[in-house]
Ligand binder design. Sequence first.
Ligand code: PRP
Length: 179
Amino acid sequence: MEEYTKEILLPRDEIQQRVRELALEISKDYEGKELILVGILNGVIFFFTDLVRNLHIPIKLDFIRAASYGAGTESSGTIRMSKDVEIDIEGQHVILVEDIVDTGLTLSKIKEKLLERGPKSVKICVLIDKRERRQTQVPIDYCGFHIEEGFIVGYGLDFNERYRDLADIFVLKEKEPSN
Ligand code: PRP
């Protein structure tokens, strides 16, 4: 039986509009520079592909696979990296692209690792900045939406690997018990 219900938070048109605005901002900031965009899999897939296709500048792209959550809605606090960047980032401008920053542990650990390789700069672009459970301050250079709380799914974001395929973003809520 389904124990959760979904309430729409960000409709697809609103997401797409904001992604185009972020792409424009990045395109202006990096005009005439070499830029590598690094997506943090898996949740970032749709945001990343929409973002890069709306840029007006040439870029290179690559991915890191990192996961912090076990099953359920609580972060495990441990970040497991199973795929690293393969492009040489030394002397390059890099933007790390992430679907959501929650505790901040994933992004701060990955940024720290990338900085050891001597890039010219590393900035961070997130679709959603969720502040409720922040444990470590990580500077967000480009942000799509701020939310305070709630477990959200859709547009790449999952709950136990479900709901990633939805085009809109929803808040997942526990169903009221019915008598
Ligand atoms: C989610 C999200 C971020 C991370 C954010 O990934 O995509 O990578 O959690 O949480 P944090 O700020 O608390 O570290 P998850 O580990 O669920 O893996 P996924 O991308 O495969 O969904």
